[in-house]
Ligand binder design. Structure first.
Ligand code: B16
Ligand code: MG
Length: 218
């Protein structure tokens, strides 16, 4: 196992904007009388804005122009929350983990379904830490398709088997597994299909994690 790169999902891995997505969808759902709770929100992790609306509606019919207006409204609410983000919003242990990875020569990339990823990284003061940033604009097929992570690996100049993907979403774990990556699942959603699953990166050492992946025989 020769690992050369780490590719990180953004929302739920580097920072907890997942909570802002929830608040923004909840506001839209309440205004429109659509039932929506935190359990529903876990199904929206990592999936595109458009697919999130489909899942939120659970088959309730909506015409396309109305869908466009709702998506725009959700994004406006979400971007209001983004204004409050400061570098303190990086999740515990993440900066130290990235420092350690860089120190041992690993390349770092971002693979986020979000079209707001660059703005989030700028607000976290992290935009310059990553050799490649894949966001909601770079590929057509979104997670669970592997395309985004494959695109990031290509930009970093590594093969899929030389990269580890860190994901908090079922759809993201599926995308990385489809792509042939090593996969670390993080957070409260169902990431049990990942090769290694952890609550967060708070106390994780890069060398220990690489050993755990090796033991998972991937
Ligand atoms: P936007 P990630 C994903 O980001 C979020 O998890 C998901 O909830 C959101 O719907 C998606 O980005 C699109 O975000 O509306 O900002 O384009 O987890 O892939 O970093
Ligand atoms: Mg995520």
């Amino acid at each position: 196992m020769d690992i050369k790169a780490f590719i990180f999902d953004l929302d739920g891995v580097i920072t907890d904007t997942a909570e802002f997505h929830f608040q923004a969808w909840k506001r839209l759902a309440d205004e429109e009388g659509v039932p929506f709770d935190r359990a529903d929100n876990n199904q929206l992790r990592g999936v595109s804005r458009r697919e999130s609306l489909n899942r939120l509606l659970k088959g309730r019919p909506i015409d396309e122009p109305t869908a466009e207006v709702w998506l725009e409204r959700k994004n406006t609410y979400y971007r209001d929350y983004l204004r409050t983000i400061t570098p303190d919003y990086v999740l515990p242990g993440v900066r130290r983990f990235l420092d350690e990875a860089q120190r041992i020569g690993l390349k770092l990339g971002i693979g986020s379904a979000s079209k707001n990823a660059r703005e989030v990284l700028e607000r976290l003061d992290m935009i310059d830490r990553f050799g490649a940033i894949g966001d909601g604009y770079v590929v057509t097929n979104t997670k669970p398709a592997p395309d985004l992570f494959v695109w990031v690996a290509g930009r970093l100049g590594v093969t899929v088997s030389e990269a580890v993907v860190f994901e908090d979403a079922e759809a993201g774990v599926a995308a990385a597994l489809h792509g042939g990556f090593h996969v670390v699942g993080l957070g409260p959603a169902d990431v049990s299909r990942a090769h290694v699953a952890l609550p967060d990166l708070a106390d994780v050492r890069v060398t220990d994690l690489l050993a755990a992946l090796r033991q998972a025989k991937v």
